[in-house]
Ligand binder design. Sequence first.
Ligand code: HEM
Length: 154
Amino acid sequence: MMLVVQFTHFLGMSLWIGGALVAIMLAIKAEGESVEVKASVARMLAQVHTLVIAAGALLTVATGVVWIMMLVQGGQSEASATPGVWIMEAAGLVAGVLVLLVAVPAAVKLGGLAVPMDDGKMLPAFDYYHKRLVRVSSVALALAVLSLFTGVVL
Ligand code: HEM
């Protein structure tokens, strides 16, 4: 059981960090493209956020909580009460909340707004959600990587 939880924690973490890196890169790179390209990239970003990043964040946080419960049950919670594990849990939880409550809704909204207007531009709301997505995803990704670093190193 423990191995399944560990495996799923690491699988979720890989999906989350890998997906977020690619999503941020695509969102930034799409800025220089035509509106049609921007629109289809935005629709793909919405899917990457729901199917890869949100799924990864949910798996990571859920298995993190189960992992804690198993350590407590096994009487090993003292041994794992190191600063690194605390920071991993705190940063991971904050990043998870940011991803699930801010980044994913912004990406879905952006996908819905990805329709070029007659003048060949996007609605002003598109730029608003685009900026919000890049900003919040960058912060969440930095926290997730901090989480990984402290989980492994400290
Ligand atoms: C992006 C977020 C996260 C990343 C990258 C991450 C990464 C890691 C890594 C690399 C380990 C292995 C540490 C080791 O065996 O030395 C680990 C273990 C663990 N993680 Fe996470 N984690 C994240 C989020 C969370 C969250 C949100 C929780 C709980 C709410 C959590 C709970 C745990 C627990 C309990 C362990 C076992 C610690 C021990 O062996 O004593 N993690 N995590």
